[in-house]
Design a protein around this ligand. Structure first.
Ligand SMILES: Nc1ncnc2c1ncn2[C@@H]1O[C@H](COP(=O)(O)OP(=O)(O)OP(=O)(O)O)[C@@H](O)[C@H]1O
Length: 803
């Protein structure tokens, strides 16, 4: 019904439209009638004008009596001819009026042949301009002969002369001509130059042909080309004075070969453009049935609003964030001067002259940009890093030689009094407030005190590393806070993994607003390493599900998909739903890798490789940036990296693929790279009480009934997905197996107690026991089931295995 209704509606509008718009289209008969009428009228007027040149004087006296039948005129087109000629030629534009007859004739042809009207208008426009210009010119050249210029041409000329004099008229006419040529034929200085060049070349080749003395072969095409150019532009031939050096001539010609010919081609192309105009008709895309339906739904109910369920949700106000006293960069002139002198002196000691030096003061470091004198090798300055650090007696000196994109060398020197970059200042910044990014993160301020806002959706995953106490947790909180200030609970969900159990627990309060968890879990924040595996695998399932949804919706990414869903083009009954972004934050990745190894690495790598398009983004933080934690496969999929201060150059290399992080000064001083250049940032500082206030504010508001539920993950058949080689088993494997079988209790803590092992080793042995089929799969908080009834059965099992 809706369809029928909309159809009739369109018909009605069409009808209305056709009534309003006058139909200017002529039928074929009408075209023939009007066209031939104008053609013949043009001919008649031309005859009348032509006749006027001879009979005009004779008819002068009888013009007043027009239109009386008694009057006899000499004009070949009789009374009307005499009258119209007098009007146009005598009192109008003089002989330039002939152009009018031509234009009328042309109009007839256009109608007859149904040519493009736009071109005809163009002819009329330019024709009228030429008429005015010509009559003015003739009025200037022959003012006494009224027939040539007509009264208008004569008067125009007098009028202009009164203001700018005779010379002025001449110049104005020349200017008119140039403007005409430039606009009508696209004349440019280059074209004129090309014209002259080709003429010159033509003359030269003519000269060579004539002399036929040159021993150097001349390109045939060249002569042809010159010939073509010559005929096209009708160049007058001139004989050049004798040139004795023939090879010189050839050289000249060859050099010029390319240019004029290309120019010439371009000119032709341009003229063609003038002639053939393409009129592109706007194609109105046919609307599919779904479009019509969704349009109607949108018209009736508006776009789908994912935030509707929590429509009263209030974003945390800025006041929850603390203001700091020592915010904002203060310039200590003495310190600046002293540092500058020390740098200059140190470099001078090594005979390195400086052309100029410039300082940019950042929140924690000041960048001195040096332009060394000509001839100084950059490596020489780079090698003096330690000497400069010594002379400035400061830690954390970093030399950037050269600064990418600038021709200078940078020396970063820590400020004596570092200023805090408060979270409040970066959140309040225009850049963050007005950003259109999908997942904006106000991470901190650059060396030039600009707020840096990065888009997690573009990164698409972030690796954060740094030694303990250098600002990693603060950095993670800054990331989460940024997202909380910008994204509605419907738009983003966090999966938080916090083995340290203290850093992220605060966010528990916003579980039902912002967190995602497994269906059977009590707590959303994962603190138990063994549970991480389930969550990661569940995220992989979520990823696969989302890809399936995108495929069914014919979308390439989450943005397109959500837009389509908001436009009501996807039916929730077909399994479609609005997809929030999911951000997985792992606070201590090293710990995870140590305990679960491959089992964690594989899903993380899979997510990192594939999850970008469907809105799952990973942030992984680690204290230990060693190669067995940040493995090649992880690194390859995390192009965006943040390095806080680390203890060694090797660690810096592991994170950034470059040194530098070992020279940072700590307390949120960091290096950020997104694959190409590296920037030094002072991380925004957000303290635990501030985060607490924010989560309290959000937590106090109406929430969803539950956290966002991730798909259930059931461990693989047989209870294990482990693939542990017999030879890789722990030395205590057999002892552990006996303890477990005797106690009939498959728990790691039992092994820890009896064998005095650490948690990690005990966990690994349990995994090995699972792989051997001695204990069952992981069962949440319960101990694992023991699958072997007694020690005899265990002996048998292990013996059979060995065969
Ligand atoms: N951006 C910052 N601005 C100012 N001070 C900071 C900043 N970041 C960190 N600090 C200071 O450094 C201290 C340690 O920071 P943080 O707790 O983030 O370190 P961490 O790297 O997470 O350490 P760990 O790995 O042991 O948890 C903070 O308590 C704070 O005093």
């Amino acid at each position: 019904m809706a369809k029928a209704k909309s159809k009739s509606k369109t018909k009605a509008t069409k009808k209305k439209f056709s009534i309003k718009k006058p139909n200017l289209k002529l039928t074929s008969q009408q075209k023939l009638i009007f066209g031939s009428l104008l053609v013949l009228l043009g001919v008649l007027i031309f005859i009348a004008f032509l006749s006027f040149l001879f009979t005009g004087k004779a008819d002068q006296s009888v013009l007043g009596e027009f239109p009386s039948r008694a009057v006899e005129t000499k004009n070949w087109a009789s009374q009307s001819g005499a009258w119209i000629s007098d009007l146009f030629i005598q009192r109008g534009f003089g002989i330039a009026s002939f152009i009018f007859s031509g234009l009328i004739f042309l109009s007839g042809i256009y109608i007859l042949l149904d040519l493009k009207k736009e071109k005809l208008f163009k002819h009329w426009f330019w024709g009228t301009i030429i008429i005015i210009w010509t009559s003015t010119l003739l009025g200037f050249l022959a003012p006494q002969t009224g027939v040539l210029s007509g009264t208008i041409g004569f008067e125009l000329n007098i009028f202009i002369q009164d203001y700018i004099g005779k010379i002025g008229v001449v110049l104005l006419l020349i200017f008119g001509l140039i403007t005409y040529l430039a606009i009508r034929f696209g004349f440019t200085p280059e074209r004129i130059a090309a014209l002259f060049k080709s003429a010159k070349k033509d003359i030269k080749s003519e000269f060579e042909d004539a002399s036929k003395e040159s021993s150097v072969p001349i390109d045939n095409t060249l002569t042809e080309e010159a010939e073509a150019i010559k005929t096209a532009f009708d160049v007058k031939e001139e004989t050049e004075p004798t040139i004795s050096n023939h090879s010189k001539i050839t050289e000249l010609v060859v050099e010029e070969k390319e240019k004029p010919s290309t120019n010439f081609e371009i000119e032709i192309a341009k003229e063609e453009e003038e002639e053939i105009e393409i009129k592109v008709e706007k194609v109105v895309e046919e609307k599919s049935e779904i479009d019509n339906l969704s349009d109607k739904l949108v018209a009736d109910f508006g776009q789908f609003d994912p935030t509707l369920e929590l429509s009263n949700y209030q974003f945390p106000p800025l006041d929850l964030l603390k203001k700091y006293d020592n915010e904002g960069v203060t310039i200590n002139q003495e310190e600046l001067e002293a540092n500058k002198n020390k740098i200059v002196d140190t470099l001078n000691n090594y005979k390195i002259g400086i052309a100029s030096i410039k300082a940019t003061i950042g929140p924690t470091v000041t960048l001195y940009e040096i332009v060394p004198e000509a001839g100084i090798r950059i490596s020489k300055i780079k090698n003096l890093e330690d000497d400069i650090a010594l002379s400035l007696s400061a830690l954390g000196i970093r030399i950037i030689a050269p600064i990418p994109g600038k021709g200078t060398i940078g020396i970063e020197v820590p400020n004596t009094n570092a200023t805090i970059v408060s979270m409040r200042s970066v959140i309040a910044s225009q850049k963050f407030q007005n950003t259109k990014m999908h997942l904006p993160i106000a991470i901190g301020k650059t060396i030039s005190n600009e707020t840096l806002v990065i888009d997690l959706a573009k990164m698409p995953h972030l690796l954060m590393a740094g030694a303990t106490g250098q600002g990693k947790s603060v950095g993670l909180n800054a990331v989460l806070t940024s997202l909380l200030y910008k994204k509605h609970p419907a738009e983003v969900k966090f999966v938080l993994v916090d083995p340290k159990k203290v850093e992220l627990t605060l966010f528990n309060k916003i579980e039902r607003h912002y967190l995602a968890k497994l269906p059977d879990e009590a707590e959303a924040i994962i603190t138990d390493n063994t549970k991480v595996i389930n969550t990661l695998n569940s995220l992989c399932i979520e990823m696969d599900n989302r890809y399936e949804m995108l495929k069914n919706a014919l979308c390439r990414n989450i943005v397109e998909y959500n837009k389509k869903f908001k436009d009501r083009k996807l039916n929730p009954n077909d399994g479609h739903a609005f997809l929030p972004y999911i951000v997985l934050v792992v606070d201590e990745f090293a710990d995870l890798i140590m305990t679960a190894g491959k089992e964690v690495e594989t899903p993380v790598a899979r997510l990192a490789q594939l999850a970008r398009a469907i809105g799952i983004h990973l942030i992984i933080a680690t204290q230990r940036p060693s190669v067995n934690v940040i493995t090649g496969i992880i690194k390859a999929n995390f192009p965006a990296r943040i390095a806080f201060r680390v203890s060694s150059k090797i660690d810096s290399r592991t994170i950034l693929d470059a040194g530098g992080a070992d020279q940072l000064i700590g307390r949120g001083d960091m290096l950020y790279t997104q694959g190409n250049d590296m920037i030094r940032i002072q991380c925004a500082f957000v303290d635990t009480p501030e985060v607490e206030k924010i989560v309290d504010f959000i937590g106090a508001q109406k929430a969803y009934p539950d956290a966002y539920l991730l798909p259930e993950y059931v461990g693989e058949e047989g209870g294990t997905s482990l693939d542990i080689d017999i030879d890789d088993r722990d030395k205590l494997f057999r002892d552990a197996a006996e303890i477990i079988v005797t106690a009939q209790q498959g728990s790691a803590s039992l092994l820890q107690r009896k064998l005095k092992l650490g948690y990690n080793r005990a966990g690994r042995i349990i995994d090995q026991l699972e792989a051997a089929g001695i204990v069952g799969g992981f069962e949440g908080s319960k101990a694992r089931q023991v699958l072997v009834p007694d020690l005899i059965a265990l002996d048998q099992l292990l013996e059979n295995e060995g065969q």
